[in-house]
Structure formats: C-alpha cells, structure tokens
Design a protein around this ligand. Structure first.
Ligand SMILES: Nc1ncnc2c1ncn2[C@@H]1O[C@H](COP(=O)(O)OP(=O)(O)O)[C@@H](O)[C@H]1O
Ligand SMILES: [Mg+2]
Length: 228
C-alpha cells in the first residue's frame, strides 16, 4: 500500500534564505512519527510546506501517491491532512461550540462525540469564549477541531509547549488513542514524550535531516539529544 506521506528532496526558502535542504521522510498509515530539533531548525517550515501554506523550491510531497505540491492549504486539508499550528490560534471571540461548528461546516462532520470522548473537558467548556481558555484547553480545542472529518494524517506543531505536566500526560494518551485511526507527525521538543509515543523519529538540524531512528532501542531521549 502507498504511504500516507512521502517527502523527497524537499528544498524550501523564505525569499533568498534557504531553510530546508534535501528533506526526505515517509509516514505510513497510522504511524506516529516525531520530528525533533532545536529552535530554528526548520520544523515548522516543514509542516507548513506539507500542509500547503508554503511552496517548496523543489522536491515532492505525496500522500497515497497524490501530489500535494501546488495545492492550496484548504485542498490539502480536504484530502485528510490537517495541520495544528504551533501558535494555538483559535477564534478567541467565538465560543468553543462555535469553533467546533466552524470545523464541522468545513468537513461536514458533526460527530462531536468523538471529539469529547478524547477531550471530556471540552463538554463543560462549550459556552466559553476560546480566548478565555487555558493553554491546555486551547490545545484540546485545536486538536478536537482538527479530528473532525476523520483525517488520515495530523501534523501537530509543538503541542505540549508551555503546558502543565498533567495536560502533557493526557495528550500523550490522546495521541496513542488517535494513532489507531490516524497517522501523526508531531514536532516536539519534549523528548521523553516523543520517545514514549513515536515509532520513528527524525532529527532536524539546520534544515537537514541528520538522523532517522526507527529501532525501539534507539528511540530514547539520550540518543535523540545527540543529534540536536
Ligand atoms: N516567515 C519567515 N520569513 C523568513 N524566515 C523565516 C520565517 N519563518 C521562519 N524563518 C526562519 O526559518 C528558519 C526555520 O524556522 P522554523 O521553521 O520556524 O524553525 P523551528 O520550527 O524548527 O523552530 C529559522 O532560521 C527562521 O528564522
Ligand atoms: Mg517551530
């Protein structure tokens, strides 16, 4: 079967400044893949390019043998590839319910039961304006909205950045659960979390993949650390 995501020879720049070089990666159906790397390594640029927000200079991005390059971000989303950005932007003047409704309009998926089964807390927050949510609650809303439409691939950028340990533990379980039906590409600096959930880890340094760890014994914080 063809892979959920295949990236080959990807080069990306902002104007004259080249940021990603010769990136190659593969994600299989329902696989959990992590990308680690220091600030500025190019992780967000990679996810944004896959999601259709940035156009690469060269290289290919395919999902189940269909090319994503040149497609608009909404078109990529419609193909079942959802991006959860790093900045945790929600519609802050809208309630949680209204934020989810927007996700439902876009996907024609009104099965909020699935969303609240992953994030029971959201049930009690439906009438709260998203601007008043804590960082953890906002992340729940963003991921909850992203799983509407049952995407085949979620691209999640630094989901646990700045969150309390109890929320991180909760998200870890959610990622495990989600991966029964969805492939995940998670960009994360929390190496213990990465190593607890990822089946494959790519280390990115200065815009290049410097390591690909697939062996269970190699997916350890101390090993990942070496490549940062
Ligand atoms: N919009 C932008 N315009 C110009 N340079 C950018 C832009 N966004 C990011 N960069 C640069 O690209 C490099 C990679 O950034 P980024 O992908 O955000 O890294 P990471 O997510 O790994 O921290 C950095 O050097 C950053 O300064
Ligand atoms: Mg980033």
């Amino acid at each position: 079967m063809s892979a959920t995501l295949v990236v080959k020879d990807l080069m990306v720049s902002y104007g004259e400044s080249k940021v990603l070089f010769d990136i190659a990666l593969t994600v299989d159906a329902c696989q959990v893949v992590a990308c680690v790397g220091r600030n500025g390594a190019g992780k967000t640029t990679l996810l944004k390019t896959i999601a259709g927000f940035l156009k690469p200079i060269s290289g290919s991005v395919t999902s189940n043998d269909m090319s994503l390059v040149g497609r608009a971000s909404y078109d990529v989303a419609r193909m079942g590839i959802k991006y959860v950005p790093q900045d945790k932007k929600v519609f802050s003047d809208l309630t949680v319910r209204e934020n989810l409704e927007l996700g439902s309009y876009a996907t024609h998926d009104y099965d909020w039961q699935r969303v609240t089964s992953y994030f029971p807390k959201l049930t009690t927050l439906m009438d709260r304006k998203a601007g008043y949510l804590s960082g953890g609650e906002r992340q729940m809303l963003m991921i909850g909205r992203a799983i509407l439409g049952s995407p085949k691939l979620l691209l999640i950028d630094e989901p646990t950045e700045g969150l309390a340990p109890s929320i991180v533990t909760q998200l870890k379980e959610v990622f495990r659960e989600l991966s029964r039906k969805t492939a995940l590409v998670i960009v994360e600096q929390n190496l213990p979390l990465v190593c607890a959930i990822a089946e494959k880890v790519y280390a990115i340094k200065d815009g290049r993949i410097v390591a690909e760890l697939t062996d269970r014994d190699a997916i350890k914080p101390a090993v990942c650390e070496r490549y940062l």
